[in-house]
Design a protein around this ligand. Structure first.
Ligand code: GTP
Length: 344
């Protein structure tokens, strides 16, 4: 189950009309990254626990993604991180352990090895942990030397030195479902896990590969930049773009159907999703542009994020650190000052 019903307030205004699972990560929707990862770990069926913007997710994801079948469990009101598990009890596990993941991570956590550890430890729940350079935004998880979880710590300015953070990926036994009250918002981290910890039934799986939580704009941007730098350049792919004499500075990513005008400069670190159009002599550097956005001639965009289906008129300047919500029109010759947020 992917928990995908949160309001994604930290990604506003980009998330006002676009669910987090559809956010492009180097041009590919997050749900596809997650489905490929889950599929490589042996998962063949996805349940999306949805609420906010569920109709859009249903239309765009449909019943299949990256070879996985998709079912939807729709909450009438948000049920937190544990309530959706109870709501979908009849779809989950069918007597076997099942996997639950937050719907905002990009990672290569080894699901098969995590499940093997869960079974070997005879735990009721196994949680993936990662160590990050700055654990303070996340809240830490303390374990003993056998990897048994001892304590969840709230977000703290001075987290324990040896702590790891919750990666948002769990293997749960069906018995955990019974401990979740029905029909009310319940938190896994604050209400369900503390009971398991008291009984010594919660195991940790230490992940040492890559892991991004894209739930804030700064982390979303960081994930895109770092994942772009891991990929082979695609800007020369003839089917991906009609460059028309523009200059592409690597690393950059150009989605299918991208058009680059004469004399335009794109990159370095420009990530253009599908069907973006960049006008003549426009400049786009160190920025993420969502699908179907149109950038006018001579417009300059630097160090910014522009939502989907935005039209930016000719000769505009979008200065560094700006965020422009989807589906807006910015008139020609506009000046958007540094660190501006243009709302939906
Ligand atoms: P913020 O508002 O920016 O904190 O984002 P968020 O609403 O996504 O919350 P958070 O990042 O803490 O949530 C972690 C995961 O749980 C995300 O994948 C959310 O979509 C999901 N989630 C949070 N609340 C709910 C809920 O009430 N229902 C469901 N189905 N998922 C939820």
């Amino acid at each position: 189950m992917i928990l995908a019903g949160g309001f994604a307030t930290r990604l506003r205004p980009l998330s006002c009309s676009k669910p987090k699972l559809l956010f492009p990560i180097v041009g590919t929707p997050l749900v596809e990254w997650m489905a490929r990862w889950l599929s490589s770990g042996g998962v063949d069926q996805l349940i999306l626990a949805v609420n906010h913007l569920s109709d859009r997710l249903k239309i765009e994801v449909g019943n299949r993604v990256a070879g996985l079948t998709v079912e939807y469990s729709v909450e009438e009101t948000p049920l937190g991180t544990a309530g959706p598990i109870r709501l979908a009890a009849n779809l989950l596990g069918k007597g076997d352990p099942f996997l639950v993941t937050n719907g905002d991570i990009v990672s290569d956590i080894d699901i098969r090895r995590m499940l093997a550890m869960h079974e070997e430890a005879k735990a009721d729940a196994t949680i993936a942990l990662v160590s990050v350079p700055d654990p303070s935004p996340f809240g830490s998880v303390l374990t003993d030397s056998n990897g048994i979880v001892k304590k969840f710590e709230e977000k703290s300015a001075s987290p324990s030195a040896m702590s790891h953070v919750n990666a948002g990926v769990y293997v749960l036994n069906p018995s955990v479902i019974d401990s979740i009250p029905d029909g009310a918002p319940v938190s896994l981290e604050k209400e369900v896990f503390p009971k398991l910890i008291r009984n010594g039934r919660m195991q940790a799986w230490m992940h040492d590969g890559f892991w991004y939580d894209i739930g804030s704009i700064s982390e979303y941007v960081r994930a895109n930049r770092e994942l772009l730098q891991r990929q082979e350049p695609n800007a020369e792919a003839p089917e991906a773009t009609d460059q028309n004499g523009g200059e592409i500075l690597q690393p950059s990513y150009l989605g299918a159907g991208t058009r680059i005008g004469v004399g335009a400069k794109v990159g370095p670190l420009a990530i253009l999703s599908n069907n973006v159009s960049v006008g003549d002599e426009a400049v786009v550097r160190n920025s993420i542009i969502f699908e179907e956005t149109s950038i006018g001639d001579r417009t300059v965009i630097e160090d910014s994020v522009v939502g989907e289906r935005v039209v930016i008129g000719k000769g505009s300047k979008i200065r560094r650190g700006s965020i422009i919500a989807g589906q807006l029109t910015i008139p020609g010759s506009s000046m958007v000052a540094s660190n501006s947020v243009i709302l939906c």
